[in-house]
Design a protein around this ligand. Structure first.
Ligand SMILES: Nc1ncnc2c1ncn2[C@@H]1O[C@H](COP(=O)(O)OP(=O)(O)OP(=O)(O)O)[C@@H](O)[C@H]1O
Ligand SMILES: [Mg+2]
Length: 1078
């Protein structure tokens, strides 16, 4: 699917107007208000046609991200909101695709953001141009040249913490594909006076502070430097630290950048040695020393510093010392040496420092150029980026400011020329009539400065070259004569009486009305700075240095190349280089970035209307808009114009088949736009008034809303219909499935009903047939039976005479007898064993013998038992009798009983007769002992048990002490009335005594024994045989026991297993004794 392209425009979601050309009404207030409104909404860029106005935001905005780069890449200039990237993209594409060399001119006053803008342009171009290892290295080198040059050429000023103190123009070279090949940097006049002196609140060049804060101790030691800023006279103390600037980190960045750019280690080392030497030069001090001729001669106060400098730079100390004390003038092969006084010595020292530094800076630029030079000789396309020091007005303005401001005048000049030229050319190209527009042309100011005869620079040169005494005052005098009548020149002493009483203008100053405002220059130092003199002795001393870099910086010191001609003055050099620059720029397609400073405080969010107004005025921005609008405010190529507004006319919407131009014509006719409001160029439509454009925009907006509604309507309709169709389809599917299901169900039901009906009918038919067949069979059977009976009768009637009447009965009895005989004979052989417990018995052969068979089994068993019993001895008989008795008494009554069945009754468990311990007891009981056993007598008071010997004799029951054998109680069997016990699995029993009997005094006995069943049985039998009365044995879980006077209830409960399997007895209260049986 083809990617849908979304056409956007600068006009979309605009804050204020993105292009000042569209400003309505066009005046200063609305211009400023528009900038302010946009600034407040973080829109720092605004267009005037193709010129970008940039307002310094003084804070980092998130609009320079790689995503933004991608957004602006390959987009038309007016497609997105104004941005420096749009301008860079336009310039780059026009260079790559149309083969046009480009230059990007960045102007604005100090601190307005020129350097930042130039870096943004470079980084954008680097991001969008070709890729590959080699290309990337070139890009990296080009980008990394910035930190190096900024460290050496930028400084903190009152206006800008990172003010460029040199002008920079960089040509970036590209091949035909648009890949970068290399670059060339030109530098313009470094403000070298800063090396030796800085105005209050400003700093020297960054590099000095960076070395001292960032270099390692080792490195500093090598350079013979100390970290403390205050040690160095050349470092102004009052603002050594800049907020938000990390000098140490920047030092590392610079060193890294130098490495990337391609500086060899020894080169970097030499550079820093020179920087150190400059810094240390400032610490050399002089003192006057009287000479014989009465003049003062300067002498170095402390030679230590000098010695270190010489060690560092390889200069012969005596040579340098002499160069600070003498000056040799050579004229016509004659050498004259004069001594220097202290002031001259200081002048020489500072001149040396300034020269060393500025030459080092130029060397750096040359060295960088060597690295970034394009390697191939193919034809190149060039993009120049100009970042020059901005227009500046200080309290004290000197020669440097004069030069800087002159440069800015020239740039303004070229801006005016090129914008007007471009505008004019466009109209000619497009075949549109051109109307002239008034604007301030600063050519007159340029002329005041650079005119070869009457210009200030020419005047200065003339003064410098003139024989005789030349001072700054004589220069001013000259100016006063020559320029007095010039409109833009003001001086108190000029012939023109206008300024005679102007007290704001001191006598030693002149004032120029620059395009950007009036600037008052102090003439002091103009002549010196223009001369830029360095005593030959010093340059020769430098040339003699044993330091290749320093030697190379001072080629004029070579005695073999002595040139007596004066070198060109600083002013004329600068003028020439500016002229070359201008010529260079004029051959290229210009792109403008006009930087504006929103406030003087370097602060974010502050928009100072007056300050901005001033800049707008001198930059001539309003005029720029007017020029742009003079003919037509807005222009656009036909295609994008038609694309944007085609929805406003039926014929062009949605597609116009013909050429774009005729489409636009049709469109404008249809919209009835008055004819004077627009003109058709060759490739563009020109709209005279922004109002018309806004009207178009308004119509477009309304139409877009309608279109949006239409699209929404169609979309909704489409959505509903698709949904409906889908639902319908689904409904059909569901219905068909349901019908099938319903039919299936119905079919199943009918089928099963049919089967049922069918089966019933079949059943009915079958039954009917069966009935018929049965009936038929019965009829047949009946017929047969009748026939049989009939035959039988017939036969019996015929054969009766041959049979006896009771033969049948006899046959029956005989058969029975035979069967019985067979049964008994078989039984005889199958008889089971004689053991009474043998359960085997043969199976019954005939049903009619069932009762016989059972009876036979019973009889056989009884007989077998009898046989078994007959074998018993008398003693065994007794034992079995006893066991039988026990069974009758306790079976199914007492839970203890089943366990006793297998135990033989022994009776005398204690062998009293054999144990001598019980001899006394044996003697006391002369009857036969039936039971002798140890029992537990339960204490009536607490339920605890005491062991007692229990003896049962023929007539008595005795209890004796187990240890001693002493008889404790003796009860005749006649006095025992009852024995009570529980139904449970315990051995407790109570022996109840007859009330009033001799033994009953102490009450009944509550005993417990392991052989309860045996004891109770034997007691019962003995009592029966003795008294002929049956002893009452009560089995109950609750019975009363007589203890002396009280009756106590003994209660048996299913207790816990606390004591294992042993029942426990506990006295609960006076009347209750509780036995817990596990
Ligand atoms: N686009 C920007 N975004 C954020 N901060 C900016 C931007 N442009 C400028 N600045 C801030 O303003 C300061 C001054 O900018 P810059 O150094 O570019 O000024 P300049 O015009 O080059 O001044 P000079 O003429 O003194 O060299 C910068 O150090 C930076 O802090
Ligand atoms: Mg700058």
């Amino acid at each position: 699917m083809a990617k849908m392209e979304v056409k956007t425009s600068l006009l979309d979601d605009m804050i204020g107007v993105g292009d000042m050309v569209l400003l309505e009404p066009l005046d200063e207030d609305s211009f400023i208000n528009n900038l302010k409104k946009r600034f407040d909404h973080n829109e720092v860029y605004t267009y005037i046609g193709s010129v970008v106005i940039s307002i310094n935001p003084y804070r980092s905005l998130p609009i320079y991200t790689p995503e933004k780069v991608e957004e602006y890449r390959n987009r038309n200039f007016y497609e997105l909101s104004p941005h420096i990237f749009a301008l860079s993209d336009e310039a780059y594409r026009s260079l790559r695709d149309q083969d046009k060399d480009q230059c990007i001119l960045i102007t604005g006053e100090s601190g307005a953001g020129k350097t930042e803008a130039s870096k943004l342009v470079m980084s954008y171009v680097a991001a969008v141009c070709g890729k590959g290892a080699e290309v990337n290295q070139v890009k990296e080198q080009l980008l990394q040249s910035n930190p190096v040059l900024e460290a050496f050429g930028n400084a903190k000023t009152v206006r800008n913490d990172n003010s460029s103190r040199f002008g920079k123009y960089m040509d970036i070279e590209f091949d035909f594909k648009g890949d970068p090949l290399g670059g060339v940097i030109s530098n313009y006049l470094l403000e070298k006076s800063r090396v030796v002196k800085q105005p209050r609140g400003e700093r020297n060049f960054h590099i000095f502070y960076q070395i001292l804060s960032g270099a390692s101790e080792d490195f500093l030691c090598k350079l013979k430097l100390e970290q403390d800023f205050s040690r160095y006279n050349y470092l102004g103390l009052d603002s050594a630290k800049v907020n938000g600037v990390d000098d140490a980190a920047n030092f590392r960045t610079v060193r890294n950048a130098m490495q990337i750019v391609g500086f060899m280690d020894h080169e970097t080392q030499s550079v820093f040695e020179v920087v150190a030497a400059v810094l240390k030069l400032g610490n050399i001090e002089f003192k006057p020393e009287s000479r014989v001729n009465g003049l003062d001669e300067s002498k170095i106060k402390d030679k230590n510093e000098l010695k270190e400098i010489c060690e560092l730079t390889g200069i012969d100390q005596s040579v340098l010392e002499r160069a600070f004390s003498f000056r040799t003038v050579e004229a016509k092969q004659e050498k004259v040496s004069t001594t220097l006084n202290v002031a001259q010595a200081y002048y020489a020292r500072d001149a040396l420092a300034k020269n060393l530094y500025s030459r080092l800076f130029s060397w750096l630029v040359t060295r960088i150029n060597e690295s970034i030079k394009a390697q191939t000789k193919v034809r190149k396309k060039v993009m120049g980026v100009l970042d020059i020091y901005g227009f500046e007005i200080f309290e004290d303005n000197s020669f440097e400011q004069f030069i800087i401001n002159y440069c800015n005048e020239k740039l303004q000049q070229i801006f005016i020329e090129l914008t007007l030229k471009e505008e004019q050319e466009e109209y000619i190209r497009e075949g549109i009539e051109w109307t002239h527009i008034e604007y301030f042309n600063n050519a007159i100011i340029c002329d005041l400065i650079e005119n070869n005869q009457t210009g200030i620079l020419a005047m200065l040169d003339e003064e410098c070259l003139r024989p005789g005494t030349v001072t700054d005052d004589t220069f001013l005098e000259k100016l006063n004569q020559v320029c007095a009548t010039h409109q833009h020149f003001e001086s108190r002493m000029s012939k023109c009486s206008r300024f005679l009483n102007d007290t704001t203008l001191p006598h030693s100053c002149f004032r120029i009305q620059h395009y950007a405002g009036k600037v008052m220059y102090q003439v002091e130092g103009f002549v010196d700075k223009n001369n830029d003199l360095l005593y030959r002795d010093l340059s020769q001393a430098m040339w003699k240095a044993n330091h290749s870099l320093i030697k190379a910086l001072f080629p004029e010191g070579n005695p073999a190349k002595i040139n007596l001609k004066r070198p060109p003055t600083a002013g004329s050099q600068f003028k020439a280089s500016v002229a070359t620059l201008m010529k260079n720029l004029q051959t290229k397609n210009p792109n403008y970035i006009r930087c504006i400073k929103p406030n003087d405080k370097k602060a974010a969010h502050i928009f100072n209307d007056a300050l901005v107004c001033h800049q707008i005025r001198y930059l001539g921005l309003l005029e720029n808009v007017r020029v742009r609008r003079a003919g037509y405010a807005f222009r656009q190529a036909y295609e994008p114009c038609l694309e944007r507004y085609k929805m406003l006319c039926k014929q062009t919407w949605p597609h116009w088949r013909g050429p774009a131009r005729s489409g636009v014509e049709v469109l404008f006719n249809e919209l009835e736009i008055p004819e004077e409001e627009f003109s058709f160029g060759r490739s563009k439509i020109f709209i005279r008034n922004p109002r018309t454009l806004f009207k178009l925009e308004e119509l477009r907006k309304q139409r877009l809303e309608d279109l949006a509604t239409l699209i929404e309507k169609i979309y909704r309709g489409w959505k509903c219909r698709t949904r409906f169709l889908l639902m319908k389809k689904s409904q059909v599917v569901i219905a068909s499935w349901y019908r099938r299901y319903a039919q299936q169900k119905k079919y199943q039901k009918i089928k099963s009903s049919a089967i049922i009906v069918q089966s019933y009918i079949r059943g009915w038919k079958a039954r009917k047939l069966l009935r018929e067949l049965k009936h038929q069979r019965r009829c047949n059977e009946a017929a047969t039976i009748i026939a049989a009976y009939w035959h039988g009768t017939q036969v019996r009637r015929e054969y009766r005479k041959f049979f006896r009447a009771n033969a049948g009965r006899k046959i029956y009895e005989f058969t029975l007898q035979r069967l019985m005989q067979k049964y008994f004979l078989e039984m005889k052989n199958k008889m089971p064993s004689l053991s009474p417990i043998d359960k085997n018995w043969p199976a019954r052969p005939y049903l009619f013998l069932d009762s016989t068979h059972k009876e036979l089994k019973r009889i056989f068993h009884l007989w077998r038992c009898k046989k078994y019993r007959d074998q018993f001895t008398d003693q065994q008989k007794l034992i079995y009798e006893e066991k039988l008795e026990a069974s009758e008494l306790f079976k199914d009554k007492k839970a203890l009983y089943p366990a006793s069945v297998g135990q033989p009754f022994q009776g005398a468990y204690l062998e009293i007769s054999k144990n001598p311990k019980y001899k006394k007891l044996k003697d006391a009981v002369d009857e036969k002992i039936i039971i002798a056993e140890v029992v537990n007598k339960i204490n009536r008071a607490n339920g605890k048990a005491t062991s007692r010997i229990f003896l049962l004799t023929k007539n008595n029951v005795l209890l004796a002490d187990q240890k001693s054998g002493n008889i404790k109680s003796e009860v005749p069997l006649g006095d025992v009335t009852k024995v009570s016990m529980s139904s449970q699995n315990d051995g407790f029993f109570a022996v109840h005594l007859k009330e009033g009997s001799g033994a009953a005094g102490k009450g009944d006995f509550l005993l417990s024994s392991d052989h309860l069943i045996e004891m109770a049985t034997k007691l019962y039998r003995t009592t029966l045989s003795q008294t002929k009365q049956k002893l009452n044995i009560e089995i109950s879980d609750e019975f009363l026991v007589q203890f002396r006077q009280d009756k106590v209830c003994v209660k048996f409960i299913q207790g816990s297993q606390k004591n294992g399997n042993i029942p426990t007895c506990k006295r609960k209260n006076n009347r209750l004794l509780e036995v817990a049986v596990p």
